[in-house]
Each structure stands twice: as structure tokens, then as C-alpha cells.
Write a protein that binds this ligand. Structure first.
Ligand SMILES: [Zn+2]
Length: 310
């Protein structure tokens, strides 16, 4: 995974719009200086103390660390996540340039009067939409901070949940983080719909689930209709997978109707996909209002179930 940074485009993301439009991200402090003059973080701190006075809040060691990271830590190809407060992202992009000082010709913010954050990096903003991460104070650090893989996974998941059934967001996450970037905790294989070598996950499940599939899972309280097991996540929510008994798409061309959908745990989902399990209507756990059609069960047992391979 490329190094990922979170950066706040001002308080409450006040400068997000202008950075998004100009294809960059910027920080303030020492507007008349060129950060490349500084040899190390200590030299930055000296300059800050000279300019703003020693002990001035927001202009001490923390600021020096941010400036030094901005100049020396961030590299082209790194990823930046723009945040708004503790629990919201507003955009994600790829770093495209080295540090650019305020007065440089190539600085897109050179003539901008809107913000005082004119030390910039060019960013190719891939995602320009907000999403919220659950929990209290997800982004605890100040302006600029590296993010570990756990945080990045949570951010990806938050976008997938915020924009279900949105193939654009999946493409954008792929562009940013690559195909194998989906959270480990959410991994589940699908043998029907994907090419070789692709890692599949909840992300796909969320995107692939139709409205009806979601309804079926809720009707069964996320309990597997074969074994009754429900995965309970750390936050108390539940996880299950919806399976179209006669699969959607070629060559099966099953319909997306409730009578063709069952709620399964990941193991039984894989078993059904792989034709390991035979299905019988009478042994599937029922739910009020969810009537499975025998013709799909018969289709599964005839076309997908492979008794000889057991
Ligand atoms: Zn099961």
C-alpha cells in the first residue's frame, strides 16, 4: 500500500472547495518563505519562533512537524485523504508533485485570495465526495498525519457504505488503492462473477446486492438459512450474504426476485456457489413473507450441485 496521509483543508474543511478546484492541497505558516530553504525540522521550528514568537499556540513544534512532513515526508504517488473534523472525509487523491512554494510560477494557488494556505502539492483528486466514518474521533491528529492500514480500511469501507450500488466509487477506490485493497475482515469469495486472481469482498457484496437481497438478509436477521449462524461484528451489526439460487447473469440468467434469493453465511454461500451442497426447501430456515420457489431449488440441484465431486 502506498503511504497514506490525512490532511485537513482548513478548519471544518473551509478550503476544500478551492483546493478541489485547483487540483492541489496546501498548508499555511510562513507565507513569505520557501520551505525548501529549511534543512530539517529544527530549522523550521526556529523560523516559526522568529516569525510568530516562542510559545505561540499552533506555531510551535506541532506546526514544525507538519511543515517538515509536507516538504520531506510526502512523496509523489502517495495518497492524501482530506478530512473535515473528526469523522468525515471530503476527498481522496494522489500526490502528483514535489512541494511548491507560494510564489512559484507553477503554483495554482499563486493568485488565490481565498485562503492563506499557499504552500502546496499538486493532487489528482480521484474522489471528491464526502463520507463519514463511524465511532468517536476517528481523525484525532492535527492537520497532517500518516494513516495506518486499519484506518485506511475503515475509510474505504465508509465510502462503500455511503455509496452502495455505485460502481464509480468502486472504480475510484481501485484507482487509489488497487484491486487487493478491500478490508480483510470483509473478505468473501465469489466464484461466479469474477475473473481469476481478483480478491473479492464485502465491497463487491454491497455493490452487487440488490435491494431485494438486502431485504432478504434483514428478514432472516442475517442468519444463515442452512445453519442458522450469523456473524456479529464488533459494533454489534450483523453480516450475512445473499445468494441468488439460480445465479444472475449468463449462463444461468436467474431472476432477481425474492423467491430466488437465500440468506447464507459465507461458508454456505461458497458451498452453494461451488455446487458442494444440495438444497432442500424443507430444510432451509424459513422467514415470514419470504417464500422460495421450488423451481430455483430444482435448478440448483440439477445445474449447479455436483454430487460426484464431493
Ligand atoms: Zn451457514
Amino acid at each position: 500500500m502506498a503511504q497514506v496521509w490525512k490532511i485537513a483543508p482548513g478548519n471544518r474543511a473551509e478550503d476544500w472547495q478551492v483546493f478541489s478546484e485547483h487540483g492541489c492541497i496546501g498548508i499555511g505558516w510562513l507565507e513569505r518563505r520557501d520551505y525548501r530553504e529549511f534543512k530539517n525540522e529544527g530549522a523550521v521550528l526556529e523560523a516559526l519562533q522568529l516569525e510568530y514568537g516562542e510559545g505561540t499556540k499552533g506555531c510551535g513544534k506541532g506546526a514544525a512537524e507538519i511543515i517538515w512532513r509536507f516538504v520531506d515526508g510526502i512523496k509523489p504517488t502517495h495518497i492524501v485523504i482530506a478530512n473535515d473534523g473528526y469523522n468525515r472525509m471530503v476527498g481522496i487523491g494522489i500526490v502528483e508533485s514535489e512541494y511548491i512554494p507560494p510564489t512559484a510560477h507553477e503554483n495554482p494557488m499563486r493568485d488565490d485570495m481565498h485562503t492563506h494556505r499557499h504552500h502546496v502539492r499538486l493532487i489528482k483528486w480521484i474522489i471528491r465526495r464526502p463520507a463519514d466514518v463511524p465511532g468517536t474521533r476517528f481523525f484525532v491528529q492535527r492537520t497532517l498525519h500518516p494513516l495506518d492500514e486499519t484506518k485506511v480500511d475503515a475509510i474505504k469501507q465508509a465510502y462503500l457504505i455511503a455509496y452502495p450500488d455505485d460502481s464509480e466509487i468502486l472504480d475510484q477506490l481501485d484507482q487509489l488503492f488497487g484491486d487487493n485493497s478491500i478490508p480483510e475482515t470483509a473478505k468473501a469469495r465469489d466464484f461466479n462473477d469474477v475473473g481469476p486472481g481478483k480478491v473479492l469482498t464485502t465491497a463487491y457484496r454491497i455493490l452487487r446486492d440488490t435491494e431485494l437481497a438486502r431485504r432478504v438478509k434483514v428478514m432472516h436477521n442475517f442468519e444463515c438459512q442452512i445453519c442458522g449462524y450469523a456473524i456479529v461484528l464488533g459494533d454489534g451489526s450483523r453480516y450475512a450474504e445473499a445468494h441468488h439460487i439460480r445465479p444472475l447473469g449468463s449462463p444461468h440468467d436467474g431472476p432477481d426476485i425474492m423467491g430466488n434469493i437465500i440468506c447464507l453465511c459465507p461458508n454456505h454461500h461458497a458451498e452453494c456457489d461451488l455446487g458442494v451442497s444440495e438444497l432442500s426447501l424443507s430444510s432451509l430456515h424459513p422467514a415470514d413473507g419470504h417464500d422460495l420457489e421450488p423451481r430455483f431449488i430444482e435448478y440448483h440441484n440439477r445445474e449447479i450441485y455436483m454430487p460426484g465431486k464431493r
